[in-house]
Every structure is written in structure tokens, then in C-alpha cells.
Design a protein around this ligand. Sequence first.
Ligand SMILES: Nc1ncnc2c1ncn2[C@@H]1O[C@H](COP(=O)(O)OP(=O)(O)OP(=O)(O)O)[C@@H](O)[C@H]1O
Ligand SMILES: [Mg+2]
Length: 241
Amino acid sequence: MTEISDQPALLLKNVRYSYQPEHAPVIDIPLWEVPTGTSIFLRGASGTGKSTLLNLLSGMLVTNEGNLSIAGIELSQLSARQRDRFRAQHIGVVFQQFNLIPYLSVMDNVLLAAQFGSRGSNDIRAKAEALFSQVNIHKDLYGQQAQSLSIGQQQRVAIVRALLNSPDILLVDEPTSALDEANRDAFMSLLLKIVKEEKASLVLVSHDTTLSRYFETTIELSAINCPHSSPQEQAAREGRL
Ligand SMILES: Nc1ncnc2c1ncn2[C@@H]1O[C@H](COP(=O)(O)OP(=O)(O)OP(=O)(O)O)[C@@H](O)[C@H]1O
Ligand SMILES: [Mg+2]
């Protein structure tokens, strides 16, 4: 059997997605591969499809066409239920708005992510505490409602939640738009350090060009995504003409 770690973190071939069948695709990616263990900054202007692409990569949206595999698993072959389970076990997501549940405590927000994971409950609490300590969230905050935290603290809780099940890949959407420069710097350094320690791959999307200095690899979304190509160009690309 092929080991999951032998496979690229991400492999996309002729992936297309449009929100409505009659509309032009928002995402049209002929080929994109991300090797395991790499951290990638994907930069793109507002409205160019960054969040849509992350939703496809996390299996929350399903491609209309093409092949999209994560760690060697083709997402379109999975049922909705299998995709949810696969996401919980292999993919960590930090959303543009963090998506913490405001009235739940910090610890409960994080432990919710363990529901579909494969670890036992003692083990998972220990992992949560270890991650909280890495991101400087003190024990005193565990019982506080998520809504009482600062934006920077909420962001760090969202990272802990995303890393709880030791994902192969972490997807992070526009994380620094609400932060000043000092906090942005602290956040980015911390994120990259933790991702390395956890041996995860990272895809971070943002419009903010200055984030590229934290990454070895920066890719312009427009270099891999060509949503305006004509049907003839698409056919030629796929060798059908
Ligand atoms: N649920 C939806 N239904 C229909 N169209 C959508 C939906 N979500 C996004 N779009 C459209 O898809 C395109 C890409 O949107 P997306 O949110 O992926 O961009 P983005 O690069 O993440 O933008 P931003 O930097 O502002 O977050 C936009 O034209 C948007 O209007
Ligand atoms: Mg977005």
C-alpha cells in the first residue's frame, strides 16, 4: 500500500469550480503540486478566488471537474461524510474569520475539533494544552468565552484548534488583516515555527504582498489559476485539440 507521506501534500489537475453552472469558473487550475512538508504563500487580489480555492482544498466545496488529491487521497471519490472525517484527520483550517463559537470556552472550542479525530480524550487534552502553551495562551484563559478574547488571542486559539489532530496540511486564509505590524510579525513567526515542529505542510493565502518575506515559496494565484481561458485553450491544454 502507498504510504500517505509518499504523496504530494496537494495535487490538482484541471480543477474547475464555478458557483453556478452557467457562470465562468472562479477556479481553473491546469496543474498545481505542493510537495509534502513545504510552506507556501499564495498571493492574490481580493475576489480572485483564494477562499474558494481553500474551500476546495479542505473538501468543503467539491470540484465540478478535474482531480484534486490531498496526501494521495482523491477528494471527489469520498462521500460528504468521508470528506468530513478526512478533513478532521488530515487537514487543519484557519478561516478568514476564525469561526470560533463565541459563547463556548476557549478549551471547548478547541476540543470540538477532536470529535472526528482519532486520538483518545486524555491524549487530546494534553495535546491541546501543549499547543496552547506554544502559542502563549495561558491556562487562565481556558475557561473564558472565545468572544472575550482579543483578535490576536482568538487567532492563536484558531491555530490550536486547526493543529489539534496533527494534520498533514494546514490551510490558513488571510490571517493578518486585522493585526498591526508588530502582531503580524509575531503571528507569522509563530505560525511557521509551529508548522515546522508539527511537520505539517502549509498553504497560506492573502492579498498582502509583504507576507512573502516569511516564506521560501511565494506563488501568485494568477500564475496557477486561469479562469478566463477559452474552451479551445482548455481543450488544447488537455490535449483534446
Ligand atoms: N457563495 C458564493 N456564491 C457565489 N459566488 C461566490 C460565492 N463565494 C464567492 N463567490 C465569488 O467568487 C469569486 C471569488 O471569491 P473568493 O471569496 O474566493 O475571493 P477571495 O480571493 O477570497 O477574496 P478576498 O480577498 O476578498 O477574501 C468572487 O467573484 C465572489 O463574488
Ligand atoms: Mg477570501
